[in-house]
Write a protein of this length. Structure first.
Length: 307
């Protein structure tokens, strides 16, 4: 938790519950963050009866006897393996329009509501959590039409028009980076958190123009380290550049000639914005935390009407 907080000032609790992490924010009536907390109790580490104890462990200090606080949650907590299955809504749909599913709790201090995800029948695709970030982006950018990129383990590209998610596509770019960097021969080359901007930009440009050569380019990183002493910072940036470049090549119908925004953590969002800039596309950036909090708040009136 960041600092102390008067429990009487807390109006509701915002929760972003993914596969690997649980994040919560104590919110006041004006939508300001009073405190925040996180844990490694992601959906992937919990059985169904473990969700409520994990949440209470994290936010117990914010709860008061005799006061039932609304908790609005998004993400994998609403998946089939989550606390409760919140059914998908099909595109086209408004990002903030899905009615949250109420969860039965043993702790009388909690009133928990889970936001449903969004699905696309053809080509088949799903999202959980990103729809809430999109709702938050639209709340801050009313009337915005274009494309949003939400980079992460599974990066989403979504076309938005007239306040609706029209279509979207998912790329496993983050998963691929982690798997290649940690479980292939490139683990000997990608060994640093440092960054080489020039290597990144060159790799992005090469992958966009020659995506069919991706597998060969990746092994070339290992060979360049052995034969020419290519350092870890350069190899790390190039690996990221090749994968993001291949993604941009495949997602070209989404971003080409469109108004584009990137919603994500500052570091990875900046990489995507730089890659797009090299293609002549200027992207607005919104932090993932700001977007998810705005998106969760968009459901507040609806939830309070049920509590």
């Amino acid at each position: 938790m960041s600092g102390s907080v008067r429990n009487s000032a807390i109006s509701w609790i915002a929760v972003d519950w993914g596969t690997t992490h649980l994040r919560a924010w104590a919110m006041d009536a004006a939508g300001e963050v009073l405190a925040e907390a996180s844990s490694a109790d992601g959906m992937g580490a919990l059985t169904r009866d473990g969700f409520e104890p994990a949440l209470v462990r994290l936010i117990d200090g914010w709860l008061s006897d005799g006061v039932r606080l609304p908790v609005i949650a998004c993400g994998m907590v609403g998946s089939r393996q989550g606390w409760v299955e919140a059914p998908y809504r099909a595109v086209p749909c408004r990002a903030e329009a899905g009615a949250p599913v109420t969860v039965e709790t043993r702790d009388s201090r909690l009133s928990v509501h889970v936001i449903p995800g969004v699905m696309q029948p053809e080509p088949p695709d799903v999202m959980r959590g990103e729809e809430t970030q999109i709702a938050g982006f639209l709340a801050a950018n009313e009337g915005w039409d274009g494309v949003v990129c939400l980079p992460g383990t599974h990066t989403k590209w979504a076309h938005l028009s007239a306040g609706e998610i029209v279509s979207f596509q998912t790329f496993m770019t983050g998963d691929l980076f982690a798997a290649i960097a940690g479980h292939t021969v490139l683990r000997h080359s990608v060994t640093t958190d440092s960054w080489d901007t020039e290597a990144f930009e060159e790799a992005v440009a090469d992958a966009i123009s020659r995506p069919e050569k991706l597998a060969a380019r990746l092994f070339g990183l290992r060979a360049a380290g052995l034969l020419h002493g290519r350092d870890g910072a350069s190899a790390t940036a190039a690996l990221s550049g090749y994968l993001i470049g291949a993604e941009l090549a495949a997602a070209r119908p989404y971003w080409l000639g469109q108004q584009v925004a990137v919603i994500g953590a500052s570091k990875v969002a900046a990489h995507y914005a730089a890659a797009l800039a090299n293609q002549g596309v200027s992207a607005n950036i919104l932090s993932a935390q700001e977007a998810v909090l705005r998106g969760l708040a968009a459901h507040l009136d609806q939830v309070k009407a049920t509590t």
